[in-house]
Write a protein that binds this ligand. Structure first.
Ligand code: IYR
Length: 224
C-alpha cells in the first residue's frame, strides 16, 4: 500500500486571548475592505509579489495533500491581448443570448458586460488551473481528491494574500474557459478554474454599492 505516516511536532504557540481578539478584529476589518475591482491601473507589480501570493495560496489544505492546483501568471502583453480577445468573444455570446434572462437580471446591479479591457490593462493575469489527476515521479497517473474544494480554498487564500499586500483582483470566470488551456499551452489534465486580473485599481475606480449579509444571515449557532 502507500507510504507509512511520518510525523513531526506541530509548530504552534497559543496566543494570549487579548491578542487573539485583537488579531481577529483587525483581520476582519481588513478583509471587509476587500472589493472585486474591474478597473485597473497599468502600473507594474513585481513578479516577487505574485510569487508570494501563489506560495500563500499553495499553503491551502487539499485532499490527500495533492495540492491539485497550478497558477499560471502572465505579464506578456501579446498573451494578455489574446486572452482578452478570446474572453470577449465568449462573453459576447453569453450576454447576447447564451445567459438566460434570470442570470442577466441577477448581474444587472453589478453592471458587467462583454467588454473586458482590464484583461489587457492589468500588469498580471493569473489563471488558476485545477488538476483532476496528476502524475507521480514514475509518470503513473494518480487521481486527486476533493479537487474543487481544495482549489477553491487555495484561490481564497490567493485573494486574501493579494489584498493584504495592497493589490486588487477580480474572480473572473469567462465561460466557457477552455481557450485558456490552449492559449497558455497547458497539459490536458489542467482545467481552468478562475482567472485573476491582478494589479492596482485605476484612479477613481468605482464599485457596485453592495451590502454583505449580516452574521445572522450567514450563520447559525447550536450551543451547549
Ligand atoms: N462571466 C461573465 C458573467 C458574470 C457572471 C457572474 I455569476 C458574475 O458574478 C459576474 C459576471 C462576465 O465575466 O462578465
Amino acid at each position: 500500500m502507500g507510504q507509512p505516516p511520518r510525523s513531526i511536532p506541530l509548530d504552534f504557540s497559543r496566543r494570549d486571548p487579548a491578542d487573539s481578539d485583537e488579531r481577529a478584529r483587525a483581520f476582519h476589518e481588513e478583509m471587509e475592505r476587500r472589493r472585486s475591482v474591474r478597473e485597473f491601473s497599468p502600473d507594474p507589480v513585481p513578479r516577487a509579489w505574485i510569487e508570494r501570493a501563489i506560495l500563500t495560496a499553495s499553503s491551502a489544505p487539499s485532499g490527500a495533500h495533492r495540492q491539485p492546483w497550478r497558477f499560471v501568471a502572465v505579464s506578456d502583453p501579446a498573451v494578455k491581448r489574446e486572452i482578452r480577445l478570446a474572453a470577449e468573444e465568449e462573453e459576447r455570446k453569453n450576454y447576447g443570448g447564451r445567459m438566460p434572462d434570470d442570470w442577466l437580471e441577477a448581474l444587472a446591479p453589478i453592471g458587467t458586460d462583454a467588454e473586458k479591457p482590464y484583461l489587457e490593462v492589468v500588469p498580471w493575469l493569473v489563471v488558476c488551473f485545477e488538476e483532476g489527476h496528476s502524475f507521480d515521479a514514475e509518470g503513473e497517473r494518480r487521481k486527486n481528491y476533493y479537487v474543487k474544494e481544495s482549489v477553491g480554498i487555495a484561490c481564497g487564500l490567493f485573494i486574501a494574500a493579494l489584498h493584504r499586500m495592497g493589490l486588487a483582483t477580480l474572480t473572473h470566470t469567462p465561460s466557457p474557459m477552455g481557450f485558456l488551456g490552449k492559449i497558455l499551452e497547458r497539459p490536458a489534465q489542467e482545467r481552468p478554474f478562475l482567472l485573476f486580473p491582478v494589479g492596482y485599481p485605476a484612479e477613481g475606480t468605482v464599485v457596485p454599492d453592495l451590502r454583505r449579509k449580516s452574521l445572522e444571515e450567514v450563520s447559525a449557532f447550536i450551543e451547549g
